[in-house]
Design a protein around this ligand. Structure first.
Ligand code: EPU
Length: 418
């Protein structure tokens, strides 16, 4: 298994371009199942999760090809409707094939994804919604078995604004009979991106980006071409890299409007963030002030940037807090940050980070999930000496060439091949 060696680094300087969003590209890839023909997706990041998604598509009988950052997917008239455990266990987002397969073929069998390091992550809301749309659903031997002659439009009131749930319902509703209204829908930019692709495919989608989405189902859809939005989580991660090293960095090809709640917190801490149309400039100087954040669905503070912000908070003068409200177990990075000398206490869902004490000191640490890996690399940029981050395969699932981008900005970071 590869490791990452990170040395205490000079202030980062320069500019880099942001890649396409993993969490947009995945549902977009699965949405192509809704229509036969040749689909083309541009600005797709080269990541292990994307490889897993394309391998799942191929196992269903699709023909996918990735060249540089362009993906072509040829979808046939007939497809397999079984998503195997071996495919789904590699990546939870595979559950997003359920909605489109069921809507198009009237049947789908998808392995239950199970939990992961950040929580149990059930899919009850996906299934309840599909049942409300007329599907018969059983769970047999670890597989969701869903059937419906044709799904019917329905009013779905989500108990929580689930991102994947909203996406599965949107895709299922695209070929359903009549209008589906999703109340308390997720409002993430990735939802809006999915809506844009569905509209190009011929679906009528209204209200994406608000809490109520209305989808008018069609009898059939057409193949489409689409460009994936920039990755707001990669953008935020690199913003922290600039801030934690007291650097001055410009991030190109990003969308600052997708990061308003995050930018606001950095500004409160004393980091200057200047957003333009497709770029953001960050300038940071210590001392940093403390902050208190609570993670929430978009447009609230993103759970996917909580771990990275915690690394920065270890450098602020005083006590900062982070309350994690989206996932039940997303503080696994804390014990590793503590190994670097960070002073962090957790009570219930709130972590209190005491910054401004002794400097962090490099040590071997273990990445437990994707964003925890990023957090440890960021902490390594300010820790004295060398930090070696083990289990870096988590990082490769969701950051495109992060070490190259950080090196380009002057960070001392190197991959140690296994
Ligand atoms: N939940 C339920 N029941 C459901 C669905 C969700 O209880 O039927 C709970 C989950 O257990 C969790 C919360 O609701 O506690 C939020 O889950 P959500 O469905 O919104 O998340 P997701 O669709 O599984 C996506 C991202 C995650 C990101 C979350 C929240 C993708 C592929 N994944 O997951 O990204 O953290 O939304 O914003 O889009 C990451 O990139 O590191 C990552 C984990």
């Amino acid at each position: 298994m590869d490791k990452m060696s990170v040395m205490k680094s000079n202030p980062l300087r320069g500019e880099v371009a942001i890649s396409g969003a993993k969490n947009s590209a995945l549902p977009l890839i699965f949405a192509t199942l809704l229509a036969k023909g040749k689909h083309q997706l541009k600005n797709v990041p080269q990541l292990n999760d994307i490889d897993s998604a394309l391998s799942l598509m191929d196992s269903l009988g699709c023909q996918s090809q990735m060249k540089n950052n362009e993906v072509t997917i040829d979808i046939g008239e007939k497809l397999e409707t079984l998503a195997h455990y071996d495919q789904v266990r590699k990546m939870r987002a595979s559950i997003l094939v359920l909605g489109p397969l069921l809507a198009r073929f009237g049947v789908a069998q998808v392995s239950l994804p199970g939990g992961c390091a950040i929580g149990a992550r059930p899919i009850g809301m996906h299934l309840d919604a599909l049942k409300k749309m007329g599907a018969e659903i059983d769970v047999v031997s670890g597989y969701v078995v869903a059937k419906a002659k044709r799904l019917k439009g329905a009013v779905i009131d989500l108990p929580f604004a689930t991102v994947g749930g909203t996406e599965n319902i949107m895709m299922a509703a695209s070929l359903a009979d009549g209008i589906t209204t999703i109340n308390n829908a997720a409002r993430e930019p990735e939802i809006v991106d999915l809506a844009h692709l569905l509209i190009k495919m011929g679906v009528v989608v209204e209200g994406a980006g608000s809490s109520t989405i209305k989808i008018t189902g069609q009898n059939s859809l057409r193949a489409a071409e689409h460009e994936v939005i920039p990755d707001r989580i990669e953008t935020g991660t690199l913003m922290v890299a600039a801030a934690i090293t007291q650097g001055e960095v410009t991030l190109r090809k990003c969308d600052p409007t997708h990061l308003e709640s995050f930018t606001q917190v950095l500004e409160e801490m004393g980091v200057k963030c200047c957003g333009e149309k497709n770029s953001i400039h960050i300038k940071s100087q210590y001392p940093l002030k403390t902050a208190g954040v609570v993670t929430e669905p978009y447009p609230g503070f993103p759970t996917d940037l909580q771990a990275q912000l915690m690394a920065l908070m270890t450098q602020a003068q005083g006590r900062s807090t982070i309350t994690e409200k989206v996932f039940e177990n997303r503080f696994m990075h804390i014990s590793e940050l503590t190994r670097l000398g960070a002073q962090i206490e957790v009570h219930d869902k709130t972590a209190t980070i005491k910054g401004g004490g002794k400097p962090l000191v490099g040590a071997p640490v273990m990445a437990t999930d994707l964003r925890a890996s990023a957090c440890l690399i960021l902490a390594g940029l300010v820790a004295e000496g060398e930090t070696v981050v083990n289990r870096i395969y988590h990082l490769d699932r969701g950051y495109e060439k992060l070490e190259n981008k950080l090196s380009l900005l002057g960070a001392s970071i190197k991959r140690i091949k296994s």
